[in-house]
Design a protein around this ligand. Structure first.
Ligand SMILES: [Zn+2]
Ligand SMILES: [Zn+2]
Length: 249
């Protein structure tokens, strides 16, 4: 209790000493954890119309059949619905990459707030949040799993249960960035499994899988397979950012 108090007081003192700065630039803002007006304008939040299944933004509703894009009609993902807060582009990258690679763990809370708004309908139906896992070797290198931080922050905001270790990476997959969709799918398809004993928590539950970026969907599909194999009743996907056209990747 005393420690929590001291920490609270410490943060308050720090706030008073350092004027709050925009999350991505050095512009002053009203409160800690905000974007300045210019950076906020630069973010492309994903609003309707977007594909219900894969969260890809669409130019007009006519591109969808019952809210689903042509690609998902032809080749539906194994999860149910997906939501994304913003397009993955040079502006949103300035929020996402520092969380992933530059120890900016403070970005998890504001990103989780954006994800909470974008995913309100699927979070309403959810029992449990599960992050996409990192392989232990990568976790050692990075010291934290950015998807885990987002899941924990979302759990804090929504009061939903979070199982950080429900899934495990069975092998380190090489960097996926340089691979096309088909190569990604074959690399990750058997790389994720439910942790031993996790089935008790997952059976019959509505799970929301949490990640920072949804690109080809290969990793999310591998995680979904593992969750369904462990008995999850439903899997939805919620990410901070969506690559608008995964085929271009
Ligand atoms: Zn700014
Ligand atoms: Zn789609």
């Amino acid at each position: 209790m005393q420690i929590a108090w001291a920490k609270h007081l410490g943060l308050a003192v720090l706030d008073a000493l350092l004027p709050p700065q925009c999350l991505v630039c050095d512009q002053g803002v009203a409160a800690q954890g905000q974007l300045c007006a210019a950076c906020f304008r630069g973010i492309s939040f994903i609003t309707a119309p977007f594909c219900q299944r894969c969260a890809v933004p669409m130019v007009h509703a006519g591109q969808a059949v019952a809210g689903v894009c042509a690609r998902c009609v032809e080749n539906p993902p194994n999860w149910n619905n997906a939501r994304a807060a913003m397009r993955y582009d040079p502006n949103s990258r300035r929020l996402i990459l520092p969380l992933k690679h530059a120890d900016r763990t403070d970005l998890a809370a504001p990103l989780a707030q954006m994800m909470r708004r974008a995913g309100a309908d699927i979070l309403d139906q959810a029992d449990l949040l599960v992050p996409v896992p990192l392989h232990p070797s990568r976790l050692r290198m990075r010291r934290y799993n950015q998807a885990g931080l987002l899941a924990r922050a979302l759990g804090h905001h929504t009061k939903l249960a979070v199982r950080l270790d429900a899934l495990v990476r069975l092998r380190a997959t090489s960097r996926l960035a340089d691979l096309n969709a088909q190569q990604r799918a074959s690399v990750v398809s058997h790389a994720v499994a439910p942790r031993r004993g996790a089935a008790a928590d997952l059976a019959g539950r509505h799970v929301v899988l949490i990640d920072d970026v949804l690109t080809s969907g290969a990793t999310a599909a591998a995680c979904t397979s593992a969750l369904l194999a462990a008995g999850a009743a439903n899997v939805d996907v919620l990410v901070a950012a969506r690559v608008p056209d995964p085929r271009l990747k």
